[in-house]
Ligand binder design. Structure first.
Ligand SMILES: [Zn+2]
Ligand SMILES: [Zn+2]
Length: 302
């Protein structure tokens, strides 16, 4: 089974995984659907297991220029989803899958951080994740027992939302205000933690802690903002989703996935991702199901 999904270039030349969409398969024959799936998976793995949907669409478009079957030349999100489904069937017995997930900060914020591909803005990412059941064994595939203890301690700190100052130029605040078309709310919470707080972990030196945090940010488990705050990044949110929900991190009223960023009703704490909040305001209404106005009385989750 693994032969089916491992990409081995016979010439020893790998596609360039530099996130700029410049994959250049060395080919002198036309690509089959199977080849396309293998190249896409290889690209995703070379991007450390996380890629924005538009980057995969760019790669798919380039690969499809090398196919002969006209049905294989359609480059669309539906086609990408279909290919990923096929890859997942093969990954399933190995305990992995590619999960498609929307980023809570919303498509406009996500797009502003990516290279322009000319494709419509989207909040969707594809994340290569471990599907084995226990949270412990998910972590154990990549970290030592000692590191796992530290990561669990960090995640516990990040399961507790903390009140914080409303930062007017924070991208999530800006985007929610744009959707609301109004002046800012005065309440804000965050699941992120000052990185200095992690230095208090017992028995570890600051250098050890800094270096593991750096590694975790590189692996997209955590991310660090310009103010030195650490938050859970997509891989952590996807792989530990059930654990985090069980530990009271909020879920989105619209898509029911974990929501650590977006907007929250002040009266009842129901929450929405940024794009899901826009969907609710536009298509459902400006009130929460508890009766509170979510145009007027909300809390930012940054
Ligand atoms: Zn949502
Ligand atoms: Zn409410």
């Amino acid at each position: 089974m693994s032969e089916d999904i491992e990409f081995n270039d016979p010439n020893g030349i790998s596609p360039e995984p530099n996130n700029s969409g410049t994959i250049t398969p060395e080919i002198d024959r036309s690509l089959t659907d199977h080849d396309i799936a293998r190249y896409l998976l290889q690209y995703l793995l070379d991007c450390r297991g996380i890629s924005h949907e538009n980057m995969l669409l760019v790669i798919l478009g380039k690969l499809q220029k090398h196919t002969q079957n006209p049905d294989s030349q359609i480059c669309s999100t539906d086609r990408l989803v279909e290919i990923i489904k096929g890859i997942n069937v093969k990954l399933n017995p190995l305990g992995y899958k590619i999960s498609r997930v929307g980023h809570g900060m919303g498509r406009n914020n996500v797009s502003s951080m990516l290279k322009d591909t000319g494709l419509p803005s989207s909040n969707r990412f594809y994340v290569y994740v471990n599907t084995v059941s226990s949270e412990e064994s998910k972590l154990a595939t990549r970290f030592s027992t000692r590191e796992i203890e530290f990561i669990k301690w960090c995640v516990e700190q990040m399961c507790v939302p903390k009140g914080c100052e409303v930062i007017i130029d924070c991208p999530i605040v800006t985007e929610i205000d744009r959707i609301r078309g109004d002046i800012s709310w005065n309440k804000c919470i965050t699941y992120s933690v000052e990185s200095s707080q992690f230095l208090q972990y017992k028995d570890w030196s600051p250098i050890e802690i800094e270096s593991l945090l750096f590694k975790l940010c590189g692996l997209k488990w955590f991310s660090k903002d310009e103010n030195g705050r650490i938050s859970m990044d997509l891989r952590c949110l996807v792989e530990l989703e059930e654990y985090l929900i069980a530990n009271s991190v909020s879920t989105c009223e619209n898509c029911h996935r974990l929501a650590s960023q977006g907007a929250r009703c002040m009266a009842c704490s129901r929450s929405w991702h940024v794009d899901c909040y826009q969907h609710h305001i536009t298509h459902i209404g400006t009130y929460c199901s508890c009766g509170e106005s979510i145009l007027q009385n909300g809390i930012y989750m940054i």
